[in-house]
Write a protein that binds this ligand. Structure first.
Ligand code: URA
Ligand code: SF4
Length: 180
């Protein structure tokens, strides 16, 4: 699957990427964390969440008593949208099979959707994050999904960290109960 992504030209994002960003982590992880799209640093390194938002994500994982290599981290699209614009729904559609295959292979007990694009694309809704966070949803394969704010948003809006922490605790209790 990773090789197929590295060669993929299903959408126009293939044209300007330096690297595809498949995802990293444990292939039998209980948590799958889904962001939006690679940014400039991720495109250079071929790894998700290696910029400032990634440092905050690492801190969020540490607060949960876990680490990047114990979870699986990926994005809705595997190639960087130019200028860090949001991926279009056509691009997300073109890339969806890879994400669904990753979810099927990793078979996580919980999916944590970071931010609007991840949440709306995973759940197939247009509801704002503020209305999706704080409760459990059913995602692909009827898996439990918790939605929270994107770490890049939390960097701009530190007051939302309280709510994000509540979301992470909800996710943690679900991992304990839903996937013992
Ligand atoms: N933001 C994302 O949504 N994904 C990344 O990989 C990096 C930043
Ligand atoms: Fe292929 Fe996804 Fe990259 Fe588009 S974003 S080229 S569908 S891997």
């Amino acid at each position: 699957l990773e090789t197929a992504v590295a060669r993929c030209t299903r959408c126009a994002l293939a044209e300007r990427r330096q690297h595809t960003v498949f995802g990293v982590g444990a292939r039998d992880a209980r948590w799958m964390i889904v962001g939006e799209a690679p940014g400039a640093q991720e495109d250079r390194r071929g790894e998700p969440f290696v910029g400032r938002a990634g440092t905050l994500l690492d801190a969020m994982l540490a607060a949960l008593g876990t680490r990047r290599d114990a979870v699986f981290i990926t994005n809705i699209v595997k190639c960087r949208p130019p200028g860090n614009r949001d991926p279009t729904s056509e691009e997300a559609d073109a890339c969806r099979d890879y994400l669904l295959a990753q979810i099927a292979h990793v078979d996580p007990g919980l999916i944590l959707a970071l931010g609007r694009v991840a949440a709306q694309q995973l759940l197939g809704v247009k509801t704002p994050v503020g209305k999706l966070r704080g409760r459990l949803h059913q995602g692909p394969g009827a898996r439990p999904v918790v939605v929270t704010y994107h770490p890049a948003y939390l960097l701009r809006t530190p007051a939302a960290k309280r709510q994000a922490w509540a979301d992470l605790q909800l996710a943690q209790s679900c991992v304990a109960v839903c996937a013992p």
